[in-house]
Design a protein around this ligand. Sequence first.
Ligand code: GTP
Ligand code: MG
Length: 260
Amino acid sequence: MSAGKSTLINALIGRKIMATKNESCTARTYEIIEDAKAKDVICDFLDKRLALKKDIATILHNENNPNLKILSNMYHLRDNSLWELIDTPGINSSVDPEHKRITHEMIQTNDFDFLLYVMNGNHLGSNDDLEHLEFVRDHVDHSKMIFIINKVDQFRKEQDSIETSVHKVVEQLKDLKFKDPKVFPLSAYAAYLFKIELLGQAIDEDEEDELSLYKRKFNRKEWDLSRFGNLPQLRLIEKENVLRQCGIANLEAELVGEGA
Ligand SMILES: Nc1nc2c(ncn2[C@@H]2O[C@H](COP(=O)(O)OP(=O)(O)OP(=O)(O)O)[C@@H](O)[C@H]2O)c(=O)[nH]1
Ligand SMILES: [Mg+2]
């Protein structure tokens, strides 16, 4: 819960489609399908179609039709397929145990190419994580697993080493019998803001401040996350280099098969 799953979905798409907040937020699964031609965000119900231009995340958050499919253009590294992303609720809401059941049910379908396991970098190694890791270990093909240490922008230089965290998580996963686990440090929120700016979308004053802070931060050698991937063939234009620095380009390269 609150590890940044919905923020990561928004970052992969380059648009605020999922609601995000610092308390239990996503209460159901949402399916978002890439549609290169869609200008607005399209909501497909079984019997009707709506085009959303603004307040998308709020409207979708309040929509409880279970047949809803969301279509949107996406801004990510290209491969030959159109993406389909599924957001899920957090598994550790004590207020709403139904969230865990919904997510477990989705995982057990095994109907996906990758499962992105988002860990909150500020609370690594929690008991909730351990329990959930054991669940995915026993129910998901390990080659589909990608682990993400999110919110590394909140690490403190003197206290937290990104290298050490990645190493510890890899070792923990190996102890849990995941073979050669793929672990990516990330700032999903910085990635989201960087894409929003690259796409020329409106941002408010607070986001503007955070954006310039993140740009300075990830431009520094110790924060630059480019080093955590192997992207020899990856061509990004100069202004997209920020996507490498905040970790999202490494993750996308893994998804499109250009990773190490
Ligand atoms: N600093 C920082 N904050 C982040 C990052 N990613 C997400 N957040 C914040 O963390 C809070 C929770 O993010 P969500 O994306 O809603 O988390 P979630 O995993 O979808 O949460 P649930 O749907 O409740 O399970 C929000 O306030 C986000 O803005 C990040 O990389 N860095
Ligand atoms: Mg969420």
